[in-house]
Design a binder for this molecule. Structure first.
Ligand SMILES: Nc1nc2c(ncn2[C@@H]2O[C@H](COP(=O)(O)OP(=O)(O)OP(=O)(O)O)[C@@H](O)[C@H]2O)c(=O)[nH]1
Ligand SMILES: [Mg+2]
Ligand SMILES: [Zn+2]
Length: 357
């Protein structure tokens, strides 16, 4: 079995049965630290190496999400004195962050794989938004990851306001841990550092400009990664454009991500249910099994809304996320189906051609 060189890379968090001992006769294990256009940076515990994937892996991927993502463990063969790796297969993921690809294209984008703890960063001066937080939390729960909220730029709001914002989060998510901090004054940084245990893979999520990369720099102790002013016109500018696993001095593995403007949800049933427990608890009391909680007779959710037992904001947020996530999932399946049929058609045309020769 793999040696302990891989332990600092988080190997211990993989479930025992994730790695197939048979495959280790031909392949070695490595972790994907960054994804470039066609190439991957992988780490084998000794060095970072450039890698490519086999044509077979590319051809059999049904979606972009099946290709290696940052954080994936992969089966690799090394060539040229271990200076080039060929990735043959992805080790099954135990957790993931995925969204609908940005733009019109319906596909699933794997933001990162095998993450233990996801930190949602919101800046307290202007970025704080409970509805967006619900979106992130649903995505995080759905990917089997533990969520944690970081409220940044505490230097810009007074303590009373900080307490108010934290209370607003706890009113919805009583058990969700929240930590305020400031990169500018250093307040709360020690506490943030303690949240990132050695060999644990952590991920920073949140809008552009909230201070994710500045936090990363604070944690590595130098201005290593580029940070930026938020542009006044709010036109899409992301300072960070690359997702990369970074080993922190204390031993945690941290992934900084570019701020996402569009956090499209797809197929998040489980995660949405976990995010809205007070609503889900009511659903089984609805008269109809397939109740959409819109205008149905005997709907327990609507009754609770009427009586004020659940809030309108939460109800609307729940409905919106469910609709969006199901709609995107459906569009994705339809596209897959069309692609399949198109593939069949091409095959049969090729066959016809051959027959006529
Ligand atoms: N006042 C204040 N400003 C901060 C703090 N942390 C970061 N900033 C500033 O916020 C701006 C954005 O910081 P970044 O770290 O680049 O933000 P980001 O979240 O990485 O943004 P993207 O990479 O675009 O997703 C920079 O001008 C930082 O100097 C803080 O704690 N307090
Ligand atoms: Mg950044
Ligand atoms: Zn109902």
């Amino acid at each position: 079995m793999p040696n302990n060189l891989l332990t600092p890379l988080g190997f211990g968090h993989l479930p025992d049965d994730a790695v197939d001992p048979q495959r280790l006769k031909d392949f070695q294990l490595a972790r994907v630290t960054a994804v470039n256009r066609d190439r991957y940076d992988i780490h084998n515990g000794t060095a970072e190496i450039t890698a490519e994937i086999t044509g077979k892996l590319r051809a059999t991927a049904q979606s972009a999400a099946d290709l290696p993502a940052t954080g994936d463990w992969v089966y690799v063969q090394f060539f040229d004195d271990d200076s080039l790796g060929i990735i043959h297969e992805v080790v099954p993921r135990y957790s993931w962050l995925r969204r609908k690809s940005a733009g019109k294209n319906i596909d699933i984008q794997m933001i990162a794989a095998n993450i233990d703890r996801a930190f949602v960063v919101q800046a307290m001066d202007r970025d704080f938004n409970l509805r967006r937080l619900e979106r992130y939390v649903a995505m995080i729960y759905d990917g089997h990851i533990a969520p944690q909220v970081l409220l940044s730029k505490s230097d810009l709001v007074d303590p009373a306001e900080q307490q108010r914002l934290i209370a607003e989060i706890h009113a919805i998510f009583p058990d969700l841990p929240v930590q305020a901090f400031s990169n500018t004054t250093g307040e709360g940084l020690e506490a943030v550092r303690r949240l990132m245990a050695p060999a644990t893979t952590c991920c920073l999520l949140g809008s552009s400009g909230v201070g994710k990369t500045t936090l990363l720099n604070s944690l590595v102790g130098e201005e290593r990664y580029e940070t930026g002013e938020l542009r006044r016109d709010h036109r899409g500018r992301h300072t960070t454009t690359r997702r990369q696993l970074i080993l922190l001095p204390e031993g945690a593995i941290l992934l900084d991500t570019p701020g996402m403007r569009e956090l499209g949800t797809i197929g998040l049933d489980e995660g949405i249910d976990e995010t809205f427990p007070e609503i889900v608890a009511l659903v089984e009391n609805c008269q109809f099994n397939d109740c959409r909680h819109v205008n149905e007779k005997g709907c327990a959710v609507l009754a609770a809304l009427e009586s004020g037992e659940i809030s309108r904001e939460r109800y609307e947020s729940y409905q919106k996320l469910r609709r969006e996530s199901a709609h995107n999932q459906m569009a994705y399946w339809e596209k897959r189906q069309r692609d399949k049929e198109f593939g069949k058609m091409i095959k049969s045309i090729m066959k016809d051609k051959k027959g006529k020769r």
